[in-house]
Design a protein. Structure first.
Length: 401
């Protein structure tokens, strides 16, 4: 990949697509700043090289989006409405880590262009949430061009969303010389090692709640790994499909259809044999149960102690481990043990360890285990897409020049 550090960056305006879509509590306070911290080396390098740095990102999924085209020819000097998806909370952290960072409450328009034109060497400007505009996710060409105005160079430091064909990930690259950020390059370097030559035994561990996004990953591990360990809602769906439990996880019919294509009797596949069940996850009442002893109406919120031991024995022999998705409702004290204990055993192994996903990383940081992990990826979906040979539009855009 092309290295932006070979460029003369002095007095160049560099547009940096970051991923500051970080975990926040109900009071709007950031509880996990990992992605912000991982972007800082690229930003500091640019700043110290005399570049004029413009940072863009998304935050969450705003409901009341506006249309860039209806607003006009990106010339109205007005602020877009803000809500809990505003990036102002991230701005406060950037100021703390970088010093002076200006913030503008829009990402396109006359106000933004004026701010960019006023930048001097080493300045940093941070723009508001890209997803307040409908055209970001549709990769609208006009919106892409509007984002690129006044910039000389584009750097993608948002590996975690580079499996999305969005304007700020793909469209901008049509208008500017484009490069990968330092963290982006590190992700590709580490993940390529596993993708090309995984040392065996190779163990995949998949959990979390986003079932539909993990179908191709499960297929990849079933074909390439020596063992596939499942937890979370992913495991719950398969347990229900195999009629091994009375619990019925709501799932899209198309997902069920795709899962039926897997060999669910494969010796590679390891499902929970016991769980922590409860009728109400917010109640202190929960119990250990074999998967066949779960009562109708009970939810499965964590893997049980017998499953933990089975998984530990497999992990202990592994030479390569890829883990994406927590194994239970780890945010709740009653259901954190599975994720915590598996994290501990993975941390003690000498295997090449790659951990992906915002929730997985957040859990490991909560339990103080992040220092024991080999590579904490900034992106779960993007990480899985890359190793599974799925489309990575953001990566392809950087190569197509």
């Amino acid at each position: 990949m092309k290295d932006f550090r070979k460029l003369n960056l002095k007095n160049k305006t560099v547009l940096v697509r970051c991923d500051f879509n970080v975990a926040m509590n109900k009071d709007g306070e950031i509880v996990d700043d990992f992605r912000i911290m991982e972007s800082l080396p690229t930003i500091k390098y640019l700043k110290n090289s005399g570049a004029k740095v413009v940072l863009i990102s998304h935050m969450g999924r705003p409901k009341n989006k506006i249309s860039f085209k209806e607003k006009g020819d990106y010339s109205e000097d007005e602020e877009i409405p803000t809500d809990k998806n505003s990036l102002r909370s991230v701005h406060r952290i950037l100021v703390d880590k970088l010093g002076k960072v200006d913030f503008v409450s829009d990402c396109v328009g006359e106000k933004v262009q004026k701010k960019i034109s006023d930048l001097t060497e080493g300045d940093v400007l941070f723009l508001e949430n890209l997803r307040y505009y409908k055209e970001e996710e549709s990769c609208d060409p006009e919106f892409s061009k509007a984002l690129s105005l006044s910039a000389d160079i584009y750097i993608n430091e948002a590996f975690s969303v580079s499996h999305r064909r969005h304007a700020s990930i793909v469209g901008i690259a049509d208008h500017l010389p484009s490069y990968a950020g330092l963290r982006f390059m590190r992700e590709i370097e580490v993940l390529s090692r596993v993708k090309e030559r995984p040392e065996r035994p190779f163990v995949g561990l998949v959990g979390g709640a986003k079932i539909s996004s993990k179908i191709k990953t499960i297929d990849y591990f079933m074909r390439h790994a020596d063992h596939l360990l499942l937890g979370g809602k992913v495991a719950n769906v398969i347990l229900a499909m195999k009629n091994l439990t009375a619990h019925r996880e709501p799932v899209d019919q198309e997902v069920k259809k795709k899962m039926n294509n897997f060999d669910l009797t494969s010796t590679k596949l390891h499902l929970p044999v016991d769980v922590i069940a409860s009728f109400d996850p917010d109640s202190p009442d929960s119990r250990e149960a074999g998967v066949g002893d779960v009562e109708k109406g009970e939810g499965l919120y964590d893997i049980g102690p017998e499953t933990i031991e089975i998984f530990k024995n497999i992990i202990g022999e592994a030479k390569t481990i890829i883990w994406a998705g927590p194994l239970g409702f780890f945010e709740h004290e009653n259901f954190e043990k599975g994720t915590r204990e598996i994290g501990k055993i993975i941390g003690r192994t000498d295997a090449l360890k790659i951990i992906g996903g915002g929730d997985t990383g957040y859990a490991l940081r909560k339990f103080g285990l992040e220092e024991e992990m080999g590579h904490l990826s900034v992106g779960g979906g993007a990480m899985l897409a890359f190793i599974s040979d799925e489309s990575m539009p953001g990566l392809e855009a950087l190569r197509c020049e």
